[in-house]
Design a protein around this ligand. Sequence first.
Ligand SMILES: Cc1cc2nc3c(=O)[nH]c(=O)nc-3n(C[C@H](O)[C@H](O)[C@H](O)COP(=O)(O)O)c2cc1C
Length: 249
Amino acid sequence: MEDLLEQKRYFLKDYIRLETDFSNTDQNRGIAPPPVEKPLAAGSKKIMLPTLQELTNISQCSLISAITNRKSHRKYKPEPIDKQELAFLLWSTQGVRKNLKNVVLRTVPSAGNRHSFETYLYINNVKDLEEGIYRYLPVEHALAFEFTETSLREKISIAAMGQFFVGTAPVVFIWTTIPYRMEWRYSIAAHKVIAIDAGHVCQNLYLACEAIGAGTCAIAAYNQEMMDKFIRVDGKDEFVIYLASVGKV
Ligand SMILES: Cc1cc2nc3c(=O)[nH]c(=O)nc-3n(C[C@H](O)[C@H](O)[C@H](O)COP(=O)(O)O)c2cc1C
């Protein structure tokens, strides 16, 4: 057991940097970088979100009060989230703050600015949006409607290992990673920083929720295969890494 713990702790240390041949990464071999955002599937419906200019009055909450009051919420009011609020939460967690020619800078930091995440949403109760699975398109600041099917609420609760509050949330953020985006630059040293990146994203969600009278709960306990299937990702080149339920509190 001690050996196993030692082995697992190793992942948290930075020895991997010494073991990585950075001269041989795909970036340094001249391979073109992967797209910053997963392309919209052909025929997929795109829904534009309220712009940042339309969101400037969304909250009067001070940063100090958002930080002071932040806590995990697992009980939500039955009222819906509206599109402005949803747009604000998406922008806060993965939004683009500067789109330079070949570089997209976001509202959260990321190792090497590689941003390996995609944000899927299980929308259960958002004004003017039907129940279903959606994906955020940060560059366009829009939503892609992915699909809908029966019993999504029950399926997500079961995939979250029977944490039934997840199925009661008006919205669930489901973050996947496309690890190659990070591996392209860091090769075998990519994986610890992907996990660190995820923390920043969810912390911004906590604070942004506080700012608009909503609440969230981070969720890292889920059945990997079921959650990947739930949003229809392959589980190999893209898989779920973290979730967070959101609702008014
Ligand atoms: C990485 C991580 C994973 C978590 N996973 C779960 C989870 O699966 N289910 C849950 O109910 N809460 C989960 N939480 C929430 C924690 O239980 C919560 O943050 C902790 O109890 C402290 O409470 P506070 O957030 O209200 O300060 C998680 C939090 C983090 C940061």
